[in-house]
Design a protein around this ligand. Sequence first.
Ligand SMILES: C[S@@+](CC[C@H](N)C(=O)[O-])C[C@H]1O[C@@H](n2cnc3c(N)ncnc32)[C@H](O)[C@@H]1O
Length: 271
Amino acid sequence: MDENDIIEIDLIIQAIHLKYGYDFRGYSKASIRRRITNMLTKAGFDTYASMLHALLIDETLFNSLLKEITVNVTNMFRDPEVYRAIRQTVLPALKGRSPLKVWNAGCSTGEEAYSIAILLSEAQLFPVYQIYATDIDEQVLKEAKDGIYDLKKIKDFTSNYQLSGGLESFSDYFTAKYDHARISQQFREQVVFFNHNLVTDSTFNEIDLILCRNVLIYFGSELQNRVFKLFWESLSPGGILCLGSKETIMFSDFADRFEALDPTNKLYRKK
Ligand SMILES: C[S@@+](CC[C@H](N)C(=O)[O-])C[C@H]1O[C@@H](n2cnc3c(N)ncnc32)[C@H](O)[C@@H]1O
């Protein structure tokens, strides 16, 4: 990739912001350039300049690029040891908070939000809790609300659930039909999914637990600081932030406003 390619890619990022309002300017340069280059190859453009022009007039092409940029890979009970730590460390630390308020930022197709809903329901600690699950991608939010997953995935979900310390019959949480399974209505009703952009939207109030995993990895350090500020302001005192395995708050501007509750599992408590 030469200097001109980089200039044209940066122009694409600017153009997306001006035309469609999505602001990817603070995302990690290496990652976003790679994704735009993937799209160039897939869509068969010879130059970034020709793709830029097409993006301005073709919303369908923009939506395909959006899909490429917002990596939606997720899983139920992803990194099961983190959920084990939430069961063992976080829930006891948050005991007595009612209603317990959880925010799952960058929820993708809902697996993470439903995992936490299952965990809270099993803990029976909180007669009342609210789970807000947000993302910028409307398509994944729709899939999350439907809560329908390919039957082939359930085996993987089940083994993660068991590794996380789950002792119930996991299939009872789903209704299977043909080649898919739907998460029970009880959990679908407990999670509220909606659009929220970590780059541009504002804070939540008095959240006790924020899970934002495998999202900040795509952001540059300045943008990460903006998001940490958003989380710090959204959390209630003593509230807990859970990040992804490759993410940390410890080298950010907000490092001294959180204490490491369980750094291996990326659990931090607001001081
Ligand atoms: C790799 S998935 C992570 C899903 C889940 N948190 C997990 O760890 O399995 C990243 C998600 O972050 C979302 N995302 C990216 N930029 C975002 C932003 N600015 N605000 C909110 N969500 C964003 C993407 O749409 C995508 O669904």
